[in-house]
Design a protein around this ligand. Structure first.
Ligand code: 5AD
Ligand code: SF4
Length: 437
């Protein structure tokens, strides 16, 4: 039986697609290999969000070229956002790739591999829109207790820095009944936690007949038997409407965690990014959310060094971070994405200055994250065990709170997928320590 290995770059939507890729291959008789070196087929599921994603892909392809020289029968397939962006360029730059498929052609992989064998030349397939939702394909899930459920793909926003609309297309939502059926089937398989995915998850339904609302979907999930935790990502602050907040506040399954991408604390920069809110509005929304859901934890995304960002703009970002007191933040150096509107803007910030601002931002956020985590010491919380014992420390298990915090607990006897009540005993910027309650 041939073996496969899938390596995933990028976001949760890609993790979701990779589970479908694995499911398709298993349906074709492949079995999973432990690592890329041993596999008959290596699939790279790529990301295009920042330039280093490009570099990492071509670096990995370089390593695979050597592996293939040693084992010419090995096959290499590349899919995902970077393929959608670069199209035929991948095969030109890495002619040892056997198959390439864009974001709308996940389901084509088996046919492409077959075509590659038949013709002896690389096979590729790109489309410009979704025909089959990857969610309709079989899945081989990484964790038996957790499932990604795509509610929509694509994005109708036009943030000037972002490549996603051009590689994932306009928003296409799935019918609510289909989503609920999928969740029901997952319950039968023992899944307890579901993460709803969409590039702009809270505009779910806008493109469907009857325009079902994201809040309705959240409410419908509250009654599903066996479902313990619902997460969703990633929302746009602008579309975080009061009915979504209400649905979260009144739901017993939707977790108390919100990813609320701020991007910048400067109105001038937000305008140039074409983010529809201004910083005071953003902070007011945050306050509303915290009022309605007192236990909520908030994470964010912030870009440093957007074209034209001055020291004063950056000071605005630092000030907003101090006021918002996020539990955690994903911080990024701005990366030029050819084809986006921002790529044509002048005012590029000197990389040394970007690095310096980035470090200041990370230091501020780490301090705030630590303070917020320290406030949890002594609290009793429920965690879902994700790793019975981590590779680093065999005696320690790792779980996650409803608020999306990573928690380390003594590992003996812990099983992945199990809920454990713990008391928080220690805090770090990126995780908590705890003992069974
Ligand atoms: N450069 C840097 N960061 C970016 N992001 C998106 N595009 C870029 C870019 N060109 C960040 C945003 C987004 C997150 C997923 O990635 O913060 O919310
Ligand atoms: Fe990367 Fe965006 Fe594609 Fe996700 S949707 S893999 S973040 S480019």
């Amino acid at each position: 039986m041939p073996t496969y290995f899938v390596r995933t770059f990028g976001c949760q939507m890609n993790e979701h697609d990779s589970e479908r890729i694995a499911g398709l291959l298993e349906a074709e008789g492949y079995t999973k290999a432990d690592d890329a070196d041993a596999a008959d087929l290596v699939v790279l599921n790529t990301c295009a969000i920042r330039e280093n994603a490009d570099n990492r892909l071509y670096g990995t392809l370089g390593q695979l070229k050597h592996a293939k020289q040693r084992r010419p029968e090995m096959r290499i397939a590349v899919g995902g956002c970077l393929v959608q962006k670069d199209k035929g360029l991948i095969i030109e730059r890495a002619p040892w790739v056997d198959a390439a498929f864009g974001t709308f052609a996940v389901g084509e992989l088996p046919a492409l591999l077959e075509r590659r064998e038949r013709t002896g030349v690389p096979a590729f397939e790109f489309r410009e829109q979704t025909e089959v939702f990857p969610s309709a394909l079989p899945a081989r899930r990484t964790d038996p207790f957790h499932a990604w459920v795509a509610v929509s793909v694509g994005c109708d926003n036009a943030c000037t820095f972002c490549i996603v609309p051009s590689v994932r297309g306009p928003q296409v939502s799935r019918r609510m009944g289909e989503i609920l059926d999928e969740v029901g089937a997952l319950m039968d398989e023992g899944v307890v936690e579901v993460t709803l995915l969409g590039q702009n998850v809270n505009t779910y339904g806008r493109d469907l007949d009857g325009r079902p609302l994201f809040a309705e979907l959240l409410r419908a999930l509250d009654g599903v038997d066996g479902l313990r935790r619902v997460r969703f990502t990633s929302p746009h602050p602008h579309d975080f409407t009061p009915d979504v907040i209400d649905a979260m506040a009144s739901s017993s399954v939707v977790c108390e965690h919100i990813h609320f991408p701020m991007q910048s604390g400067s109105d001038r920069v937000l305008r140039r990014m074409r983010r529809s809110y201004r910083i005071e509005r953003y902070l007011a929304w945050l306050e509303q959310i915290r009022d309605a859901i007192p236990a909520v934890a908030v994470s964010t995304d912030i870009i440093v060094g957007f074209p034209g960002e001055t020291e004063e703009d950056f000071a605005g970002t630092l000030a907003a971070v101090e006021r918002a007191r996020f539990d955690s933040a994903y911080t990024f150096r701005y990366s030029v994405r050819p084809g986006t509107e921002a790529a044509g803007m002048d005012g590029g910030v000197d990389p040394a200055m970007v690095a310096e601002r980035f470090d200041r931002l990370v230091a501020a956020q780490e301090r705030i994250s630590l303070e917020r985590n320290q406030a949890a010491i002594g609290e009793r919380v429920e965690i879902l065990i994700e790793e019975p014992a981590s590779r680093k420390d065999r005696r320690r298990a790792t779980g996650r709170t409803r608020t999306n915090k990573i928690v380390h607990v003594p590992g003996a006897g812990r099983v992945a997928g199990e809920f454990v009540d713990v008391v928080v005993t220690g805090a770090h910027p990126h995780h908590l320590d705890a003992l069974p309650a």
